[in-house]
Design a protein around this ligand. Structure first.
Ligand SMILES: Cc1ncc(COP(=O)(O)O)c(C=O)c1O
Length: 397
């Protein structure tokens, strides 16, 4: 039999999806499963975006330009400028989701066996994109005790080798909800300048910030124009995960012309989804105000309910819609499987994501889970009540 590639064998399974068969068992038993494990928002997509698709009478579904519609990039540049980001049309290539933008960023800046430093815990698919790109992930640990703040710069410096090409951050963070301060971004800027590295910032959750804090983008740091690459997406901003539209943004002309070659190789981003994404830029501010308010209430509810459980520790997220919770269990993996396979509470249970999958250092975060607060408040309250009861039953077992 022909042999599978080593790269294919090394490709990691999604830590979020690996529990899916257990959830199927629970559902087959007729149990209702509250999904705290995935970041699929239940928020409605803006009507302007959906209407733009419904109301159009395309006769031929053509390829678009490899960089995306000029009209969309122009409007997007204006959107960024309104939000204080000095981004020109030439700095943007539209991609098939933030996912493809991450692949283009890695492909354009790193060779096989080059190293990328990423504060962990991190979005698990960074492992997959790195494996696909032949790049080695070098984690730098951030801890729940420090609220997942940026690790000291000395910790980054210790990890820099001649193979280091980039630092990748997620701001605000999935899975931590941490929002880097202006000072932290400036510290990163210093280090990438000093060592001539790229600073790739995944800012797909930029709008989801609570408590009146301000997001500080890498595109706003003077002096790192050649180092900074921003990753963006419509998936969460407009609750349009299925559109598959994102973009890669940089002032570095060489990065952009290289990313463009990757963009040309895959021809173009999806046409209908670009129509929807371009129209989504007309979404009224009231939509965002309502959404942010809703997520803030969900966050407050979730954190206050979790804090009532003895032995549970949680770092209050400042942005995005995830948090990491430390549980009084040895193996969150085993607990998460048990919740689906064995436990039920009046025919209901919860599905959580064991956090170990978000670390690349082995045996770290074993007692932690990631919770996505993408459910309605009543469902979050019920989910945490189930978790609380389950922790007692699990301990007795
Ligand atoms: C941090 C982060 N980056 C990137 C993505 C990729 O999003 P998409 O490809 O849907 O734009 C996600 C999706 O959940 C994410 O959480």
């Amino acid at each position: 039999m022909p042999k599978i590639s080593q790269k294919g064998q090394q490709m990691p399974e999604s830590p979020i999806r690996k529990l899916v068969p257990y959830a199927e068992i629970a559902k087959k038993k007729g149990h209702k499963v509250y999904h705290l494990n995935i970041g699929q928002p239940d928020i409605k997509t803006p009507e302007v975006a959906l209407n733009a698709i419904k109301n159009n009478d395309i006769k031929i579904l053509e390829y678009s330009h490899s960089a995306g519609f000029e009209s969309y990039r122009t409007k997007l540049s204006a959107y960024y400028k309104t939000h204080g980001l000095p981004i020109e049309v030439a700095d943007i290539i539209i991609t098939t989701g933030g996912s493809e933008a991450l692949l283009f960023a890695m492909g354009s800046t790193m060779d096989t066996d080059d190293e990328i430093i990423i504060p962990e815990p991190f979005y698990a698919n960074y492992n997959g994109f790195s494996t696909a790109s032949g790049v080695k992930v070098v984690p730098v640990i951030s801890t729940i005790d420090e609220g997942f703040a940026l690790p000291p710069i000395s910790a980054f410096e210790k990890l820099i080798t001649p193979k280091t090409k980039a630092i990748l951050i997620c701001n605000p963070g999935n899975p931590t909800g941490y929002l880097y301060s202006k000072e932290e971004i400036y510290q990163l800027a210093e280090i990438v300048k000093k060592h001539d590295l790229f600073l790739i910032a995944d800012e797909v959750y930029r709008e989801f910030i609570y408590d009146g804090d301000k997001h500080f983008s890498v595109m706003n740091v003077p002096g790192i124009e050649e180092n900074a690459i921003m990753i963006d997406s419509v998936s969460k901003r407009y609750s349009m995960c299925g559109a598959r539209i994102g973009c890669i943004v940089s002032k570095n002309k060489e990065v952009m012309s290289t990313a463009m070659k990757f963009a040309q190789a895959r021809l173009s981003p999806p046409t209908y989804a670009q129509i929807a994404s371009e129209a989504a830029l007309d979404t009224p501010q009231s939509y965002f105000d309502d959404v942010i308010n809703e997520y803030k209430e969900r966050r407050d509810t979730l954190i206050s309910e979790l804090n009532k459980i003895e032995g549970v520790k949680v770092a209050t997220p400042k942005g995005a819609f995830y948090c990491i919770a430390k549980l009084p269990v040895k193996s969150a993996d085993d607990f998460a499987k048990w919740l689906l396979e064995t436990y039920d509470n009046n025919g209901e249970t919860v599905m959580v994501a064991p956090a170990a999958g978000f670390y690349s250092t082995p045996n770290v975060g074993l007692d932690e889970i990631r919770i996505a607060y993408v459910l309605k408040k009543e469902d979050l309250i019920r989910s945490v009540a189930i978790l609380k009861d389950a922790l007692i039953k699990y301990k007795e077992k």
